[in-house]
Design a protein around this ligand. Structure first.
Ligand SMILES: CC(C)(COP(=O)(O)OP(=O)(O)OC[C@H]1O[C@@H](n2cnc3c(N)ncnc32)[C@H](O)[C@@H]1OP(=O)(O)O)[C@@H](O)C(=O)NCCC(=O)NCCS
Length: 183
């Protein structure tokens, strides 16, 4: 889980308007916004609402966030969302982070489906999702509200059975967070 001492790196990346262009939040104007958000995470994890994970570079430091949300325990599904600081686009970090989260979701938490949203005009995000195995399922009309503007989104899905066919080995240290374990 990202911690308070990730606030500087979080602010650095999320104060870039290119990073937050398709989000309902940001870009951050003050480091305090990053810290305030980080401090909401433990309770959201405890409630089983949001499982936010830091994407860390081996040279040190947070370079992005990948998160599970909209958990349905009954249906064994959740949504995954990812953002990376601009210097880390096109580096393979997205595919690596997705491979780790797929393992977490399908092998450790017991989910049977992961979904993902992409803004309709966000070709890069759509291509990135398709490259890691998501299937485009359609357009959800007026799905997100950003301020006074409503947005359609493309919805993607990946089933556990589809993931298993191309899964890569992942070494795991520790236990998955109990509020997200469904099976
Ligand atoms: C979305 C995100 C995580 C993807 O990670 P990434 O490292 O940029 O993705 P990749 O480079 O692996 O894949 C992007 C693909 O889109 C392609 N692409 C880029 N711009 C494109 C465009 N305008 N039209 C079509 N394809 C495009 C790239 O060439 C690449 O495909 P290729 O490897 O076959 O050449 C990252 O761009 C990001 O953090 N963006 C800002 C936050 C965000 O929008 N998150 C998603 C919310 S829906």
């Amino acid at each position: 889980m990202p911690r308070d001492d990730d606030a500087v790196a979080l602010f650095l990346h999320a104060s870039d308007p290119a990073v937050t262009a398709s989000f309902s939040w940001g870009p951050y104007a003050h480091a305090a916004e990053a810290l305030a958000w980080l401090r909401t995470l433990p309770a959201a994890r405890e409630r089983g609402e949001q499982l936010e994970l830091a994407i860390a570079h081996h040279d040190g430091g947070l370079i992005g966030i990948i998160a599970l949300s909209e958990l349905s325990r009954r249906d064994r599904r959740a949504m995954v969302g990812t953002w990376l600081g601009r210097p880390h686009w096109g580096t393979g970090a997205n595919a690596e982070a997705k491979a780790l989260v797929f393992h977490l979701a399908f092998a450790l938490l017991g989910l049977e489906r992961l979904g993902a949203y992409a803004a309709v005009g966000h070709e890069r995000s759509q291509r990135a999702l398709e490259k890691v195995g998501f299937r485009r399922e359609g357009v959800l009309r007026h799905w997100h509200r950003h301020g006074d503007t409503v947005h359609d989104v493309v919805v993607y899905g990946l089933l556990a059975s589809e993931w298993r066919r191309g899964a890569v080995p992942v070494a795991v240290d520790g236990e998955p967070p109990a509020p997200f374990v469904v099976a």
